[in-house]
Design a protein around this ligand. Structure first.
Ligand code: SF4
Length: 363
């Protein structure tokens, strides 16, 4: 299996918690950027064969005007004609009927909507530009245009959230009856609006026990409503697990295109520059190899996102070593954050919400 990831870094506004590679929209850069990624796609033609899955992520891909969206989708069309899944991330307030027409016409089969919360006051705190009615409208438009495979992305554990807020989010999922949903625990990253407010004492994080209770509630409630928990933050009805995401977690090949994107075509890993200026300057450059130590870290980080974790024997055959020797994991095994059962090393489901403590070993 091989995937294609395309990064569109532009956003209308910056959300309070976000540390993804992104830029506040400057429309004069849109065309320059799309031309650059078309060039990068052409330079990686030989890798763009037998593409099974495509993910256009961001940033906010649907911030692009229709003509540039068409330009991009037309350009990738010859490479993705046999793809089983073509996902685009979208902000709900930007979805229009003509945009949904383009999605359908150019083979987008799955739309991932950044919902984050159903509470308008929480959305304001999170710095989002939509209200929950925009989400409902976006879902209706997509369904009208025959796009049924819709994911709703939520955040939980953010300042001032209550268990009742979370229950409303889940009720909304059931009401809309979407086939896939993601619940990401808020991670306070440096250089975000939230980290600034926290440092000034203007924001208070939720208690860890409440976040653990929320995670537990999400897992049980979604399970009771027919959603399989197949990755830390992802839940799907039967047959709707995202193929593209599994590709990363299961260490399969993917071509990464765009600012800050990374790729993996065996045996090489590469990463593009994370700033627009550098990216535009360097698109013609050869791949940048990630050293072996970095590859091991990425393997662990991605593998431990899966509920099954990693296979110790696979790691040993791949790296001629053991993760227990390569990383300082014994303290996490002693504390119960990591478990070994037979050949599997994994984070138990009830500890996944604090998986970051383990991930710090791999950064
Ligand atoms: S969370 Fe998404 S929409 Fe918000 S700033 Fe980050 S990339 Fe843009």
């Amino acid at each position: 299996m091989r995937g294609l990831y395309i990064h569109i870094p532009f956003c209308k506004r910056i959300c309070s918690y976000c540390d993804f590679p992104k830029l506040v929209s400057n429309e004069k850069n849109y065309k320059i950027y799309i031309d650059a990624i078309k060039k990068e796609i052409d330079s990686k033609k030989e890798d763009l064969v037998n593409i099974d899955t495509v993910y256009i992520g961001g940033g906010t891909p649907n911030v692009l005007p229709n003509e540039l969206l068409i330009d991009l989708l037309k350009h990738i069309h010859p490479y993705i004609m046999n793809a089983k899944e073509v996902t685009i991330e979208a902000n709900p307030e930007l979805i229009t009927i003509s945009q949904a027409d383009i999605f359908y016409e150019y083979g987008i089969s799955r739309v991932s909507l950044g919902v984050e919360s159903t509470s308008d006051s929480s959305l304001k705190l999170l710095g989002r530009g939509h209200k929950i009615e925009d989400v409902t409208k976006a879902i209706d438009i997509l369904r009208d245009k025959h796009i049924q495979n819709i994911n709703l992305d939520f955040i939980f554990g953010y300042p001032m959230e209550t268990l009742d807020n979370l229950k409303s989010d889940l009720e909304y999922v059931y009401k809309e009856n979407v086939p896939h949903v993601s619940f990401y625990s808020l991670i306070l990253e440096d250089k975000t609006i939230f980290s600034y407010l926290l440092s000034k004492g203007e924001l208070k994080l939720l208690d860890d026990d409440l976040i653990a209770d929320m995670y537990d509630y999400i897992n049980k409630d979604l399970y009771n409503h027919g959603y399989n928990h197949y990755e830390i933050s992802n839940y799907a009805k039967d047959g709707y697990e995202s193929i593209h995401n599994e590709l990363y977690w299961k260490e399969m090949e993917y071509v990464g295109i765009g600012m800050g994107a990374s790729g993996f075509i065996k045996p090489y890993r590469y990463a593009n520059y994370k700033t627009l200026k550098k990216y535009l300057e360097c698109i013609e450059e050869e791949r940048i190899l990630i050293p072996l130590e970095e590859e091991k870290k990425e393997f662990m980080m991605l593998g431990l996102r899966m509920l099954d974790g990693i296979s110790l024997s696979y790691y040993e055959s791949k790296y001629h070593s053991s993760p227990i020797f390569d990383f300082d994991l014994s303290k996490h095994i002693d504390s119960g954050l990591l478990k070994i059962e037979g050949d599997r090393l994994f984070i138990p489901e009830d500890k996944l919400f604090i998986a970051n403590i383990v991930y710090e070993e791999f950064v």
